[in-house]
Design a protein. Sequence first.
Length: 215
Amino acid sequence: MTDSTQNSTRIITLKLLAVVVAMFVFAIYVMPPLYNLFCDITGLNGKTGGRYQPTEIVVDTSRQVTVQFLATNNENMPWRFQPVLQSVKVHPGEEVEIRYYAQNPTSRDMVAQAVPSLVPFKATDYFHKTECFCFNQQPLAAGSSAELPLRFIVDQDIPDQLHTITLSYTLFDITGKFGADEGAVSALVEPDTATVENTALAMNRFANEPAVSGL
């Protein structure tokens, strides 16, 4: 094999390696954000959209929809994370507020991000969040806890055959990643006594509630 042929082969090999590396970087760092954005816009995979601003609220008191709440931690996320209530019954068009409970049991300050998902898939067009802890990063100082608010409306146009909606949040550790605002942790203040007591009471109720069927 001549030197020129060897050089050509080496150049082709390097180009192929560069393409493989570029594809790897694209798959790992570019595709997931694009996929999440696509899911947020289209509702694909049960992902819910952003903040909803109702223009007119009409409450349908003739029927109710059961909304169930789930919480999971992503791998290596050490926080305690769960809904204060497992489920609520709501009238379509009614704005409802519930809370999730988060605790950072570690000895270090951390920042989390919650990612929502909704089932059944066809319910995504009828579930609207007016306020959600998932809209923002959630910093917690070492050993601290917080109640995370969620306000939502089940659309009055939800089909009659949809009786139950399940909203699930997965909590990710983003400390030091994706522009996480670790500086916000130092600005946190300890909750007052009433908040701690209310949280303890709520979690006690949660622990003693029977499991919701159909989860």
